[in-house]
Design a protein around this ligand. Structure first.
Ligand code: XBP
Ligand code: MG
Length: 236
């Protein structure tokens, strides 16, 4: 039986990319006096690289090369990304980023059923706690048995590192857990860690290749009507 469900964050718990992370990156660029602007289409292309710092580095290599040595570039990117995280957390704190359909319901049901819940994401830890607090309440981060996020592992998705780390912290084998993801990179990571994976697609990830997923859904859904039990129905 299933002992734990491991949730991705960006694109899975909430639609955080287009009107969240993207806007925060652009605000950070402006703050630092850069004339870069990531529009919706370009951002879709850049999403192929997971992790904000990695995404900035990839963009620079392709579109805006800098004459810095490796160490200078690392620290410059880290500074820019810190500003981005500040803008992103401020945006979440405005409380205008809702969870996707069915996410809150499933989390509550899993807790009631005493099935463990965990987070496995490439995003920065503060982003995760801010999103959980602004949507599920101040103490909701403590509902999660493990929160695996950001730079605690070397390889970001599609590498399976973060899933291996979370499974190890949970003390559970992959066969007793399920992952919920939204992207091909996320699915590659969860499958490589041996996890059966439910995919809920979004605008950016709908066209991607989800070969190997247990199921591909539009979202986790909300009941539109109360569930009706017919008395005397023997179910046959
Ligand atoms: C999500 C990401 C994240 C965010 C940015 O990937 O790629 O990097 O876009 O977050 P996944 P940071 O959903 O597969 O985990 O800037 O904090 O890295
Ligand atoms: Mg995702």
């Amino acid at each position: 039986s299933v002992r734990a469900v491991l949730f991705d964050v960006d694109g899975t718990l909430a639609d955080t990319e287009r009107d969240g992370h993207r806007l925060a990156f652009n605000a950070a660029f402006k703050e630092l006096g850069l004339d870069w602007e990531w529009d919706v289409e370009l951002y879709g292309e850049l999403l192929a690289i997971t992790g904000g710092k990695e995404r900035i580095r990839h963009y620079m290599e392709k579109y805006a090369p800098a004459e810095l040595n490796r160490a200078e570039l690392d620290s410059w990117i880290a500074g820019l990304h810190k500003a981005k995280t500040r803008h992103y957390v401020a945006l979440l704190e405005r409380g205008e980023t809702p969870l996707r359909p069915g996410v809150a319901r499933l989390i509550h049901q899993l807790r009631e059923a005493k099935i463990k819940i965990a987070i496995a994401t490439t995003t920065t830890p503060e982003n995760v706690t801010s999103l959980l607090k602004s949507t599920l309440g101040e103490d909701s981060p403590s509902w999660f048995d493990v929160i695996g996020a950001g730079d605690i592992v070397a390889g970001k998705k599609p590498e399976p590192d973060i899933y291996h780390w979370v499974l190890e912290q949970l003390g559970l084998p992959a066969e007793q857990c399920i992952a919920v993801e939204d992207s091909e990179n996320g699915l590659r990571a969860s499958l490589a860690a041996g996890l059966d994976t439910v995919i809920t697609v979004n605008e950016y990830t709908r066209p991607q290749d989800f070969t190997g997923a247990a199921v591909v859904l539009s979202d986790l859904g909300e009941p539109t009507q109360p569930f009706i039990v017919f008395e005397g129905d023997t179910g046959g």
